[in-house]
Design a protein around this ligand. Structure first.
Ligand code: ADP
Ligand code: MG
Length: 241
């Protein structure tokens, strides 16, 4: 049985520098004050140690994506504090958040989210476009495609790729900025079991070979066994049962 992350004490988090993520009393409330109000995260506190691979589990609607989006600097918390690599991301402007996303974070989605008109190589280079793409960037992208076993598919468009290959392109895209942390929101949700296993093996290898921290949302107990820790959410709270 893999160890579970529990709701951490403030001192425990404050006193360690080993955490790439520290979350203190995070809340996410959608449509606050309206009849449709939803408390998606309800006082969530925990730390993720640098270099670990952790799984996030929990029923549909338990707040997994809400948590990932906040930690991944794609959405803001309603209350509480989140420290990513020493930076308080809950007080940053949109512009500052996008800098952090660019410099520190890789994101992988269940739906792959590749641009259909671009080749695999161009999709991998996409995050670099705002700063201009150098020859070295193209080399790097090709090397990463090689790393995920897709060097020979560099010129293929997404529709010419299988689901597993698309997700490998998405992994390569998440790696192009050499992130400190990768967030993967149900990356195997649209894949068959065998292909999903391959995708998780790639993420685990990356974690072990490069030291990148990996946070992966998954329902699969077999996945949990392969990660260092499990964070289980129920109704927006960490369950330690
Ligand atoms: P999970 O990823 O575990 O399925 P989510 O974080 O997506 O859970 O959602 C948690 C809760 O917040 C759900 O009840 C969901 O309906 C609600 N929710 C998520 N996103 C929004 C949104 N943009 N507006 C309103 N409610 C939302
Ligand atoms: Mg979700």
């Amino acid at each position: 049985m893999v160890d579970r992350i529990h709701n951490s004490e403030r001192e425990e988090l404050d006193n360690s520098n080993n955490f790439i993520i520290k979350a203190y009393g995070l809340y996410k409330i959608y449509n606050a004050g309206e009849p449709s109000m939803v408390t998606a995260l309800n006082n969530v506190s925990f730390g993720i140690e640098t270099g670990k691979m952790i799984a996030i589990a929990g029923p549909s609607g338990s707040g997994k994506s809400s948590l990932l989006n906040i930690l991944g600097c794609m959405d803001s918390a309603s209350a509480g504090k989140a420290i990513l690599d020493g930076i308080d991301i809950t007080i940053l402007s949109e512009r500052e958040l996008s800098e952090i996303r660019k410099n520190k974070i890789g994101f992988i989605f269940q739906e792959f989210l590749l641009i259909p008109t671009l080749s695999a190589l161009e999709n991998v280079l996409l995050p670099l476009i705002p700063d201009g793409i150098s020859k070295a960037d193209r080399e790097k992208a090709l090397n990463i495609l090689e790393q995920v076993g897709l060097r020979d598919r560099a010129d293929h468009k997404p529709k010419e790729l299988s689901g597993g290959e698309k997700q490998r392109v998405a992994i390569a895209r998440a790696l192009i900025n050499s992130p400190a942390i990768i967030f993967a929101d149900e990356p195997t949700g649209n894949l068959d079991t065998k292909t999903g296993d391959e995708i998780l093996a790639i993420l685990r290898d990356l974690n072990q070979n490069t030291g990148v921290t990996v946070v992966v949302v998954s329902h699969d107990p077999l996945v949990w066994e392969k990660t260092d820790l499990l964070l289980h959410l129920i109704d927006g709270q960490i369950s330690y049962a």
